[in-house]
Unconditional design. Structure first.
Length: 160
């Protein structure tokens, strides 16, 4: 069964906690995550986990990490090929959550959804919050060796 790219807060509330991994991808909000986040959510950092920030002059603000780096990050959180991943952010899914969704789809991961309305919608729907950090079931890197969707490097864009 193919999942919708969007999951509603009420659907998330009804999912069994051991059937998915939840990520808070709110950009620049580690302090808020440490204070409160949806129960069971792992924090994934836009700058360090979802990008390879180097020199802004060569590569832009948030260039993609290498696929090997991304595979390692996913493994650290216990994400495997059949893991159902749900992502939210504090921008109603229009920022880092959407990027993380695209990155997972770009490696061929199909079981990934963005929470409609993000953090605020989940809280309004009755999803519990806390400040506890869930333990990651660290595994080996995600089994992928290339992006499955087209990606273009900055120098290739400049040539075009």
């Amino acid at each position: 069964m193919k999942l919708s790219p969007i999951i509603q807060p009420t659907e998330l509330i009804n999912l069994s906690p051991n059937k998915f991994i939840l990520f808070d991808a709110s950009a620049g909000s580690k302090a808020r995550y440490d204070e409160k986040h949806l129960v069971g959510a792992h924090y994934i950092d836009l700058n360090t986990d979802l990008a390879e920030i180097g020199d802004f002059a060569i590569g832009g603000r948030h260039p993609l990490p290498t696929v090997e780096q991304f595979a390692k990050v996913l493994g650290q959180f216990g994400v495997e090929e059949n893991t159902h991943v749900v992502i939210y952010d504090d921008k109603n899914g229009s920022n880092a959550a959407a990027r993380f969704w695209w990155m997972l789809r770009a490696i061929g991961h199909e079981k990934v959804q963005v929470l409609n309305g993000g953090f605020d919608a989940a809280v309004k729907a009755g999803f519990a919050v806390d400040s506890l950090k869930p333990e990651s079931e660290s595994k080996k890197p995600y089994p992928i060796n290339s992006w499955q969707l087209p990606v273009v490097a900055l120098d290739e864009v400049e040539v075009a």
